[in-house]
Design a protein around this ligand. Structure first.
Ligand SMILES: NC(=O)c1ccc[n+]([C@@H]2O[C@H](COP(=O)([O-])OP(=O)(O)OC[C@H]3O[C@@H](n4cnc5c(N)ncnc54)[C@H](O)[C@@H]3O)[C@@H](O)[C@H]2O)c1
Length: 333
């Protein structure tokens, strides 16, 4: 099914990835964003005045139903992020599981042509083997990963039980313009770049040998749309990633070199639930979708640094707060 000339709803469309997905979809479709702006920003939709915006919580049945009613295709991205899930697993369960169920219920009732659940490589937990294919065990090590897996399971159950034409996409770590540099949503690459440019210490949790498969955001959203268009993938899932394993230490060294920074690299204690290795097997995306993530880590980091320099107010950060952002501040009740 080609996604052109469609009415498309993107939940979480004001977020980092959602904003880029909207950029791509809005070229050929009528796009509506549903977002509660808890993390997302209207800045991510600047220049997209033709995109309709509904400010609502996905858990609000009426608003979600009204938004889905107007859509042929639904991309569901609205999520509470990993770090927030560590301190507030109830909220991440509520939004990521119950919220997903609400969007699915609306999609089933309205009979949408396609439902795309944007999941996460966090559903795998630690790598049992490398590279990780879609049949790798799903044993998430964080409440976030568990909640994303619940959303996946519910999506696939709606496909099997009610015939909802649904697909699950599992992106690995994503980076690029407009990624979060500060607060609980802050990601490692934007944080390191901000700190390197300011010659402030780059803090690594643990020894830095933990690895991730970092993918340039424009590659990721291209992969998400290809997966959405693919009839063969209905009722199934697909990894979307570059397929390149990069340690956090190598990342810090690369950023130091590319920014010519004098920032020291410091090591803090491990972050709870942190996975040790992640590398995607991208055979399915390549074979079924013809997808290849074009941008390698060195090129992508270079592009991202150039973007940050051109947008100096993009994430100035609050000094001293960054390294503590994952701390478990409240014991779960
Ligand atoms: N960023 C990554 O590295 C990465 C990697 C793998 C998968 N993903 C997935 O991609 C999707 C987008 O992630 P992101 O990095 O853009 O995160 P983000 O936090 O930037 O975007 C999430 C959006 O959801 C919105 N939102 C949160 N709770 C909501 C609610 N109750 N109702 C409506 N909107 C709500 C937020 O305001 C935000 O705009 C998520 O599903 C995430 O699991 C991200």
């Amino acid at each position: 099914m080609l996604i052109k000339g469609k009415r498309v709803l993107v939940t979480g469309g004001a977020g980092f990835v959602g904003g880029h997905l909207v950029d791509l979809l809005a070229r050929h479709n009528r796009v509506t964003v549903l977002d509660d702006f808890s993390v997302g920003s209207r800045q991510n939709l600047v220049g997209r005045e033709q995109v309709a915006v509904i400010e609502a919580d996905v858990r609000d049945r009426q608003s979600t139903r009204a938004a889905v009613e107007q859509a042929d295709v639904v991309f569901h991205l609205a999520t509470v992020c990993l770090r927030v899930s560590l301190s507030d697993p109830v909220l991440s369960h509520d939004v990521n599981d119950i919220g997903s169920l609400e969007v699915l219920l609306a999609a089933r009732e309205c009979g949408v042509d396609r439902f795309v659940y944007v999941s996460s490589s966090e559903v795998y937990g630690n790598a049992r083997w490398i590279p990780m294919d879609e049949d790798h065990p799903t044993l998430p090590s964080t409440p976030y990963g568990a909640s994303k897996l619940a959303g996946e399971a519910m999506t696939l159950s709606f496909h099997h039980t009610y015939g909802l034409p649904a697909v699950v996409v599992r992106p690995f770590n994503i980076y690029g313009p407009r990624s979060h540099a500060e607060g609980p949503s802050g990601e490692v690459i934007p944080r390191f770049v901000q700190r390197a440019l300011a010659n402030r210490p780059m803090a690594i949790f643990g020894d830095g040998q933990q690895t991730r498969d970092f993918t340039w955001v424009e590659d990721t959203v291209r992969g998400i749309v290809l997966a959405a268009e693919c009839d063969q993938l209905l009722g199934d899932c697909v990894n979307i990633a570059r397929g390149e394993e990069v340690s956090v230490l190598r990342l810090a060294e690369l950023i130091t070199r590319l920014t010519r920074s004098r920032s020291p690299i410091i090591h803090l204690r491990d972050r709870p639930g942190d996975v040790r290795r992640h590398l995607a097997n991208v055979d399915r995306a390549r074979d079924v979708l013809g997808f290849d993530a074009a941008v390698g880590i060195e090129e992508g980091i270079g592009r991202y640094i150039a973007w940050v320099k051109a947008h100096p107010t993009s994430g100035t950060g609050r000094r001293g707060e960054e390294v503590k952002n994952w701390e478990i501040s409240a014991a779960p009740g």
